[in-house]
Design a protein around this ligand. Structure first.
Ligand SMILES: C[S@@+](CC[C@H](N)C(=O)[O-])C[C@H]1O[C@@H](n2cnc3c(N)ncnc32)[C@H](O)[C@@H]1O
Length: 234
């Protein structure tokens, strides 16, 4: 089957041999890939909207996998029972939406061992929520596909006391920065640096006091990022 690099890299972080959930599955390609490749014995799909839910059902049926892929309709984690799966995948949704899904069923959210998240930018609000919960980000991976960069964030919901991330880590990811020598991370961070340089230039052109405050904040962070890139890694 023809599955994108983004989806195959998401699959690589799913706990193998255990049941997974794919929340916001849409086309169901990831769920079928997980089962067909022997990564998961069973997958539960959760879809909020009727069109994608029907699309997922149709694809799973066409593949003859309806006995091992359970397609449910509902909002976020509401389709799952506590502890029903080991890994929860939530991919392709906004970072804020993913944070709301976790916070909306927080007690239940603690009952799953691992989350493999692929948020659409900005990622800052999601990383902030995870940090405030004390959920450590155990892995991150940058995937480049068709000139777009996607960030995969893996977190495990056991509270790590005093887990804190710096402003730069909330923006770009603690693991992405720690492993800045990885070629994809370098490329991603250099592109972000160029974006920040443009932002700093437009803030310089503004006279408002708010713009000046933001400018000094971004200049500090930009310098920190430049130092990391110059060093290659920390
Ligand atoms: C852009 S698609 C991502 C599909 C797939 N996960 C991927 O990464 O290719 C987002 C899907 O999430 C669904 N969705 C949005 N909010 C949701 C929620 N709160 N609970 C479950 N599904 C949701 C949408 O209906 C849509 O099918």
């Amino acid at each position: 089957m023809n599955v994108s690099r983004r989806l195959t890299r998401i699959a690589a972080h799913v706990v193998s041999g255990q049941i997974a959930a794919d929340i916001g599955a849409d086309h169901a390609l990831l769920s079928v890939f997980l089962v067909r490749n022997g990564i998961c014995p069973k997958v539960i799909i959760g879809e909020l909207n009727e069109g994608p839910w029907r699309r997922a059902q149709a694809y799973v049926k066409k593949e003859g996998l309806h006995n091992v892929i359970d397609v449910r309709r509902g909002d976020g984690l509401q389709v799952l029972a506590p502890g029903e799966v080991t890994t929860v995948v939530i991919a392709g949704l906004g970072g804020k939406v993913i944070a709301d899904i976790i916070m909306g069923s927080l007690t239940k959210a603690y009952s799953y061992a691992r989350y493999v998240l692929q948020p659409q930018p900005p990622l800052y609000p999601l990383r902030k929520v995870l940090t405030d919960l004390g959920w450590e980000i155990v892995e991150e991976e940058i995937v480049e596909e068709k000139e777009n960069f996607y960030t995969i964030v893996v977190t495990e919901p056991r509270q790590k006391p005093a887990y804190r991330l710096s402003e730069l880590e909330l923006e770009f990811g603690p693991v992405v920065l720690r492993k800045a020598e990885r070629p994809e991370n370098q490329e991603f961070l250099r592109r972000e640096l160029r974006r920040w340089e443009r932002m700093v230039e437009s803030l310089r052109a503004s006279q408002s006091s708010e713009a000046r405050a933001r400018l000094s904040h971004y200049l500090l962070l930009k310098r920190e990022l430049e130092e990391i890139l110059d060093a290659g890694y920390r």
